[in-house]
Design a protein. Structure first.
Length: 343
């Protein structure tokens, strides 16, 4: 098995800089659309054989150094008792958002094997399929990011209702967050037990918070998750999108790896986090639209900056865009391997 990804997570020497791509199993791949055309998105998430199939596609097509489970961060909210829909052109919708204490009290902390068993079955299938290939990454949404969907009822720009609850009903907010955190801990432990070899916590909307609010209303819950998962003995990655101003706090969460978007140089981040944390990132997804000569120079610069870190895993600074030509994604993977293997 190619273990370069796991080695970089631990800060060990690698034969080349490993690379995987956020949302690598997704809409930019024609092979994905062939599978997706036969079922809804949520049906695909809940059909282990097909979810495993699309997870494997970028491993075979692009040659990435790690697979990431095909699923969605919001399936845990459905398991907690919320209604979840994925609507074309609108994305995820929770038609009955959290508004008051009664709504919070109705939330349950489920048995992950009972309510999310399809995820664990997908992981078990993938471990067999990936046995001689690359490691498998499991994942979840961070509690704050999940809370925004729970309270807003879907995506948001201002997160008005979430922040209103944080500021005006902090005890209710904490009660909700503790339930989400308990659910997330159980869910990730189940993923690890099923065979996930690393776990990433996606905090997609952390950057919407002021640093003081991040430290009070988001980070403590991430810390609790990571502290509980340390016993699993596998690398833990925390990715706070648009979180450059939060890095001095994120580095205290206990993760082995911190993911970065493109708004901060890896070399500057390495100075902040020090020698005990690896870094992941951080090419702008839109940069894949550059001509290949300019794209190669940008990749080379990121690889050079990544040398400052304990370990470096090349990735995009956010998910790959659906409009991206697959051949450009493959070019990035091949270029990272070629340039880092030479150095």
């Amino acid at each position: 098995m190619n273990t370069n990804f796991l080695k970089a997570c631990r800060g060990e020497k690698t034969s080349h800089t490993p690379i995987w791509i956020m949302r690598q199993a997704g809409r930019y791949l024609p092979d994905y659309h062939k599978v997706r055309s036969k079922m809804t998105f949520l049906e695909l998430c809940k059909t282990p054989e097909r979810a495993a199939e699309v997870t494997l596609q970028p491993v075979d097509i692009l040659g990435v150094d790690a697979a990431i489970l095909f699923s969605d961060i919001l399936v845990v909210l459905e398991a907690m008792g919320m209604k979840l829909e994925f609507q074309e052109k609108r994305g995820p919708v929770l038609p009955e958002p959290i508004k008051d204490r009664a709504d919070v009290e109705r939330l349950v902390v489920p048995d992950p094997e009972e309510k999310l068993g399809y995820v664990m079955e997908t992981i078990r299938i993938l471990r067999k399929e990936l046995a001689d290939k690359v490691p498998l990454i499991g994942f979840c949404g961070a509690p704050f990011t999940l809370a925004t969907y729970m309270v807003e009822g879907g995506s948001s720009k201002a997160f008005f209702n979430t922040k209103k609850m944080m500021y005006s009903a902090p005890e209710l907010y904490a009660e909700m967050m503790n339930k989400v955190t308990d659910c997330t801990i159980a869910y990730l432990k189940a993923q690890a037990a099923a065979g996930a070899q690393a776990l990433q916590i996606f905090d997609s909307w952390a950057g919407a918070l002021a640093p003081c609010d991040f430290g009070e209303f988001a980070l403590p819950y991430v810390k609790r998750i990571i502290a509980e998962l340390k016993g699993a003995g596998i690398p833990l990655i925390y990715f706070a999108n648009n979180g450059s101003t939060l890095l001095d706090q994120s580095m205290t969460c206990g993760a082995d790896v911190l993911g970065l978007d493109w708004r901060l140089k890896l070399s500057d981040a390495a100075k902040i986090v020090g020698p005990d944390i690896s870094l992941q990132g951080n090419l702008d997804p839109c940069a894949l639209l550059l001509p290949e000569d300019k794209l190669e120079k940008r990749i080379a610069r990121i690889l050079e900056e990544g040398k400052s870190a304990r370990g470096h895993i090349f990735n995009l600074g956010h998910g790959i865009l659906p409009e991206t030509p697959p051949e450009k994604a493959k070019f990035v993977v091949e270029t990272v391997h070629r340039l880092s293997g030479q150095s």
